[in-house]
Design a protein around this ligand. Structure first.
Ligand code: SF4
Length: 611
């Protein structure tokens, strides 16, 4: 009689930064990639973070673990090879480029799927073994926020259990759609007492906004101005902190520019000031908020200006995004810090000749013709990932990596606590945790140099963020806000509408992972553009008709769909498609090197008939 053992392993969801607990049930022995290989995901009601709740993405984690397209063997120039050959070939190619162009022609970039140990090893591989300073995390959605918070000091130490009791919650962005499980805690806080207040700032009439007592709906791109107005009102009403908070705007001008009345900003200022405790929670998907780094800075400032105990919570898009950012972006003594977008610029300018990408698909995250062409021209491209992406197809060497539940290790939670996870299932085929890939590569490049990383080193890095005073950082942000306050009329003529990216249930971030799920085709499987019925009438186009969306950097044809929640002058499109992301400008903020991508000005027109 054949006996099949059913394994049950507690782990955490490897998809978004909430890191919700779950149980993977899987059968062994059984071939991978068969319908019997993973039984299901079960709910971990004992998990203190989510108490068992999962969103559609978390419910599909079993599918991610057993996906038939999972990369399961190393590939060199299109041929499957063993690990020894792949790592040996990678080492040879990297040495060759370094010899010809110098070590600074090598670049290393990573996404949010690495553990803290893996991020540390990757940093050492780049900076110590390869001898390049060009090592960085790449987070177009969250990098600007990470930048400010790492300088201000993260608002750590809160407990989710406490957040759900707080009197006031201010949500910046479509928090419930982008991080569905946090809604449980937020709504508990709302419904705990009739006096409790839920406030939302978002340009669209989202599902998050539907729950708000007060929805402030600024014009796209002006969210930071609204927060500045609220902070100024709070500051003027308080003696505490006023001397530190130097922004002095004409509030009527802010109201006119943002479309949010002084009365509404005052209501939020008053709710925040009178609460004994509360939280400001920010979630920003690619380009949804303008100046999203400044939004984080002002949200953080508000928590310090009010007399009550407020906490600022940022919800990054990716699993261990904050942890990877902190570990990988920190430069050691005598080393130069560099950002991911700055490295990507060097790639596009041809200064980087060999690139290592770990768990990152730049052609989905920030797609452009220039970037695609630059990646194709590299002397050497190595990609370690779990599923095929737009970028893996260009790799000279493709290495199959493991996802969170397959590798274990430490990750950083939203409140700054480390979480240690155990491997719950083995990786498929020959796939390996990134720490083994990085160590194997280092060993072949420099056999006498030992690559290791300790928890103590990680802790030192995590504690090592410099604290910069508010006044100094406000000094950097003020010109951006002043510029935003004076709208550019010239652009309005050529591009009269705003394109605001939107999240859809079941997809995450740039879609490079979620588009592989079986429901991906059913839940927004192809790009489209949403417009209000009145705009459709104005343009005389029907639901489903093809329309052309043109921005200053690109244009694309999409089918049109109706959405009566969109305000005048705004269209929307799902952010998990490269076709949509390609329409957004690449705005590298020279002060901190991160991308400030916001709602993009576009023109919507009927496509010209081909003759
Ligand atoms: S909210 Fe995030 S962590 Fe939680 S189940 Fe969904 S994707 Fe996973």
């Amino acid at each position: 009689m054949a006996v099949t053992k059913v394994n049950r392993s507690k782990t955490i969801c490897p998809v978004c930064s909430l890191q919700d607990g779950l149980i993977l049930q899987w059968k062994h022995p059984s071939p991978r990639f068969s319908e019997n290989s993973i039984a299901s995901v079960d709910y971990d009601a004992e998990n203190a973070i989510n108490e068992g709740s999962l969103c559609p993405r978390g419910n599909a984690v079993a599918e991610l673990v057993e996906h038939p397209l999972r990369l399961d063997a190393p590939v060199v120039n299109g041929q499957q090879v063993d690990w020894d050959k792949a790592l040996g070939q990678a080492a040879t190619s990297l040495k060759k480029v370094a010899k010809k162009h110098g070590p600074e022609a090598l670049g290393v970039l990573a996404g949010g799927g690495l553990t803290l140990e893996e991020a540390l090893l990757l940093r050492k591989l780049g900076r110590e073994i390869l001898g390049t300073q060009n090592v960085a995390p790449y987070f177009p959605d969250d990098g600007a926020v990470f930048h400010y918070l790492s300088r201000l000091g993260w608002d750590d130490g809160f407990r989710l259990e406490d957040l759900q009791k707080r009197q006031v919650m201010l949500l910046v962005g479509d928090v419930f759609m982008e991080h569905p499980v946090i809604s449980k805690r937020v709504l508990r806080a709302k419904y705990k007492d009739r006096q409790h207040r839920l406030l939302v700032i978002d340009s669209a009439n989202t599902q998050t906004a539907a729950f708000a007592h007060e929805h402030l709906r600024p014009r796209p791109g002006t969210e930071a101005l609204v927060l500045a107005g609220i902070a100024q009102m709070v500051s003027e009403a308080q003696s505490k902190g006023a001397r530190d908070f130097s922004l002095k705007f004409d509030l009527e001008a802010v109201a006119q520019r943002t479309g949010v009345s002084q009365h509404k900003m005052g209501a939020v200022a008053s709710a925040l000031s009178s609460a004994s405790d509360g939280a400001i929670i920010q979630s920003n998907l690619y380009g949804r908020q303008g100046l999203h780094g400044a939004c984080a800075l002002l949200g953080h400032a508000l928590t310090r200006l009010v007399p009550g105990k407020l906490t600022f919570v940022h919800l990054p898009v990716l699993w261990n995004g904050r942890g990877v950012y902190q570990v990988l972006s920190a430069a050691g003594k005598g080393q130069r810090a560099i950002s991911g977008p700055q490295i990507m610029e060097m790639v596009m300018e041809g200064q980087i000749r060999a690139l290592l990408l770990f768990g990152l698909d730049p052609l989905s995250a920030t797609p452009s013709k220039k970037l695609a062409s630059a990646l194709k021209k590299l002397d050497f491209l190595l990609v370690a990932d779990v599923l095929p992406t737009n970028s893996t197809s260009l790799a000279h060497i493709l290495l199959p990596a493991a996802i969170g539940p397959e590798k274990g290790g430490q990750v950083l939670y939203l409140n700054g606590d480390g979480q240690e996870i155990e491997p719950a299932v083995p990786p498929p085929g020959l796939a390996r945790p990134e720490r083994e890939i990085i160590a194997g590569l280092a060993q072949r490049i420099s056999p006498n140099q030992e690559l290791s990383g300790t928890t103590a080193e990680i802790e030192k890095i995590l504690k090592g963020d410099k604290k910069t005073s508010w006044t100094e950082i406000f000094g950097e942000v003020e010109p951006l806000l002043v510029k935003r306050l004076s709208a550019e009329e010239r652009e309005k003529t050529a591009y009269p509408l705003f394109l605001v990216p939107a999240a859809v249930p079941a997809h995450l971030g740039d879609g490079s992972v979620t588009r592989h799920f079986s429901w991906a085709q059913k839940v927004c499987g192809a790009p489209c553009v949403w417009a209000s019925p009145s705009l459709m009438d104005e343009l005389n186009v029907e639901q489903g008709a093809q329309v052309q969306v043109s921005s200053k950097v690109n244009q694309a044809l999409f089918p049109l769909a109706s959405d009566d929640s969109l305000p005048k002058g705004v269209i929307s499109a799902p952010a998990h498609f490269p076709e949509v992301r390609r329409l957004f400008s690449w705005n590298l903020d020279s002060r901190h090197g991160e991308l400030e991508i916001g709602p993009e000005r576009v023109l919507l027109s009927q496509p010209k008939e081909r003759s």
